[in-house]
Write a protein that binds this ligand. Structure first.
Ligand SMILES: Cc1cc2nc3c(=O)[nH]c(=O)nc-3n(C[C@H](O)[C@H](O)[C@H](O)COP(=O)(O)OP(=O)(O)OC[C@H]3O[C@@H](n4cnc5c(N)ncnc54)[C@H](O)[C@@H]3O)c2cc1C
Length: 380
């Protein structure tokens, strides 16, 4: 398999990197301090085709592939994890089910505006008492004539407080564990849908994360995703599979940013009369980080290419997520160590990466859940 980026991909990487440096970097501090996502980015990036690079041109996307998605994700995460997360949900979790399984009408109404940055999407699976055990969700959708009535509470939802629509997982048949789940598109402003709480986090502060409540929320039957009720669990698995590949690039971007900061700091910091980069202890840490970044990036792109070729990558995508997010923890710990006491001070950017990157072994399936998937796929 050829691991080199094509000329087009290299140009895309440069373009997205320039955009991130010039247009996103200046917004980061304010967004982090105020816990507010700079919403203007959606339209700006949509216009440039940077929001959803892998979706077809006829839908307003970049006409690219998963590799392009990964390139973009890595570059965005080098600049800021929180902002990158909101954009990842737009190009992945919230739109993939509509792209893959939605009707023409749903694509016109939600997917195309999302790709253009005119509508913000969210994806709501997790509930207060249902995280890793997704089949235990309590949200219900009951058919009532031409509508469904949805009742339930979702939590930790990325983009929840700012979304225009949210893809919601709910049971339409409670007697079928897992397979009785369906996905619905609920719009902001639909009666019975509210976002009572924005959640306060220790990291990724520029993501707006919320709790969502559906109280007798009436949703038109045409907002059910898929031809018929049920099948939501497979759609969720499909959505998470592609998302876990992207996660590899998320981790790689953060690892690269931590490495770059650590090298700069180690060159400048003088102790015992010389820059600490001259000490073998520092050099060995940096050497190991450089090696791991190379492995993280190559492995992620390898699985992204397998996905683009139409191969089944459920196991591999879990391997990417597990490997890159766990290795990242050691990289961030070593990077903090290289920074000494200054790294613990808020004025040094390494602490933000350390706080932000801690999340990555938890979201889109914890490391324990990835191990369960890999074991099941490998051992039966
Ligand atoms: C910032 C943030 C953003 C998020 N965004 C979204 C979003 O946009 N949409 C959405 O739907 N969700 C979102 N989530 C939810 C996220 O996916 C869940 O937090 C995650 O799936 C874990 O669920 P939980 O937090 O309930 O932990 P739990 O499932 O309660 O797990 C707690 C611990 O028990 C372990 N554990 C659980 N079951 C097993 C088992 N069978 N074997 C071994 N260990 C086990 C877990 O690995 C973990 O270590 C977000 C979460 C956060 C923090």
């Amino acid at each position: 398999m050829n691991f080199e980026l094509t000329e087009e991909q290299v140009l895309f990487k440069e373009a997205i990197s320039n955009f991130a440096q010039k247009e996103i970097m200046p917004l980061v501090d304010e967004a982090e301090e105020n816990n507010i996502f700079p919403k203007q980015l959606f339209k700006k990036m949509g216009l440039l085709g940077f929001l959803c690079p892998r979706y077809p041109v006829e839908l307003g996307g970049g006409g690219g592939d998963k590799v392009m998605d990964c390139i973009m994700t890595e570059e965005l995460n080098k600049v800021n994890c929180g902002i990158a997360a909101s954009l990842m949900v737009q190009g992945g979790l919230s739109t993939q089910p509509i792209f893959k399984f939605g009707t023409e009408e749903q694509k016109n109404r939600y997917l195309i505006p999302a790709i253009k940055g005119e509508k913000i999407g969210a994806f709501a699976l997790t509930e207060p008492n249902s995280g890793s055990d997704a089949a235990s969700i309590k949200t219900r959708a009951v058919r009532d004539g031409g509508n469904y009535i949805i009742n339930g509470t979702k939590t930790f939802i990325t983009n929840g407080p700012i979304c225009d629509f949210v893809v919601v997982a709910a049971y339409t048949d409670i007697n079928k564990r897992g397979t009785g789940i369906s996905l619905f598109i609920v719009e902001k402003g639909m009666e019975g849908f509210s976002v009572p709480r924005k959640l306060d986090k220790v990291g990724n502060c520029s993501i707006e994360t919320g709790e969502l409540v559906f109280e007798d929320c009436r949703v038109p039957a045409e907002n059910l995703i898929g031809e018929q009720e049920g099948g939501g669990f497979d759609m969720i698995a499909d959505t998470l599979t592609q998302g876990r590949i992207t996660y590899g690039s998320r981790c790689t971007g953060v690892a690269q940013a931590a490495y770059d900061l650590s090298v700069d700091y180690a060159r400048e910091r003088i102790q015992f009369g010389k820059p600490i980069i001259k000490f073998q202890a520092t050099r060995f840490k940096l050497a190991e980080i450089a090696m791991n970044i190379d492995i993280m990036r190559s492995y992620t792109f390898r699985v992204a290419r397998m996905y683009d070729q139409g191969q089944k990558v459920r196991k591999e995508s879990s391997m990417v997520k597990l490997f890159t997010s766990e290795v990242l923890q050691k990289i961030l710990a070593d990077s903090m160590q290289i920074h000494g006491g200054y790294g613990y001070m808020k004025e040094y950017p390494i602490q933000r990466l350390w706080r932000d990157g801690r999340l990555f072994t938890i979201t889109e399936g914890t490391s324990e859940i990835q191990r369960l998937v890999i074991a099941k796929e490998t051992l039966g």
